[in-house]
Design a protein around this ligand. Structure first.
Ligand SMILES: [Zn+2]
Length: 83
């Protein structure tokens, strides 16, 4: 998948941080909170970005997923304003 490899090239890679993430797990902090309760996270160590999938699991935030979040958010806020 061409899209995924492009994302990895853009990120600055810190090998020490990524080892600590492998051993101890990522240190998530919220970077964005949507009205629709979706959240986006960033790891304080390796600076990778994550969001939650439909099951509430952390999943890497790809440009595609970010778009999905934004579409969902606009759908959600529109639905609220109609009521
Ligand atoms: Zn990390």
């Amino acid at each position: 998948m061409a899209i995924i490899t492009n994302v990895h090239k853009e990120q600055t890679f810190n090998p020490i941080a990524s080892i600590s993430c492998k051993l101890f797990g990522h240190k998530y902090r919220i970077t964005k909170r949507y009205e629709s309760n979706l959240k986006e996270f960033e790891c304080a160590h390796c600076k990778k970005q994550f969001t939650l999938d439909g099951y509430g699991h952390y999943t890497p935030l790809t440009p595609k997923l970010k778009k999905v979040n934004e579409v969902y958010e606009s759908f959600y806020t529109k639905k609220l304003s109609i009521r």
